[in-house]
Design a protein around this ligand. Sequence first.
Ligand SMILES: [Zn+2]
Length: 240
Amino acid sequence: MSVVLRLTLRADDPETLRLIARLVRRAGGPARSRRRPAGRRGVVLVPTDGLGGLLRSVAPRLAAADPELFGDLRVAPEVEGGVPDGRSAVLALREEAALLDAAARACPEPAVRVVFTPHRLHDNWFSHWDGDRRSALVSMADWDGRFSVPPPAFVAYQAVLHGLRLLGAGYDPEGLAHLETRGCLFDFCRNRPDVEIKLQAGDFCPSCAAAMTAAGLPVRRLLRLARVIRRLAGTLVSAR
Ligand SMILES: [Zn+2]
């Protein structure tokens, strides 16, 4: 005798998404890729052009919020920015590549490097990810007082955004990003000032939260990291 079990799955039903996530985990899906590559350390933040102090003010907060992912988060010694035109320069692609190569030479071991520069990126994006180099380049352009949100909130956001790549292929920030500004950490922010809305909200929209749950990502832990961003943005003062 055989029994046929029929299930009705609804993509917008949290219970269904949890079930899918469990099945994917059991099948050796994204959760398995959470393990760090053998022999490689976690995330390192790499300063250039005097940004070390700012990065050091943020790193311990992320380490405390998620010791598993960021417990060994460290700030590397400063790497030479190598741009002769001063702090308002726009980095050309070859300068960007040279900077990431210099960071890789200075810190060869980490699984993910997040390099911070005061210069603007050529397309005016907040950051770029270079998958081959396992490195992000974050531009601190406009964080010299033009935004009202304190710069540490942006540093924490970028460290989390790229550091979570340690979770493996199930984490796909480029796939999650949406053009609509929803006060979600995956808002694309084509209109740059919208970044303030994103950092002050420090949250995930229902659609991104559901997608991350379905991918088997540890959403509860991610919410703790989002809370750090919110606190640094000044919107969680009561919880200090
Ligand atoms: Zn979202």
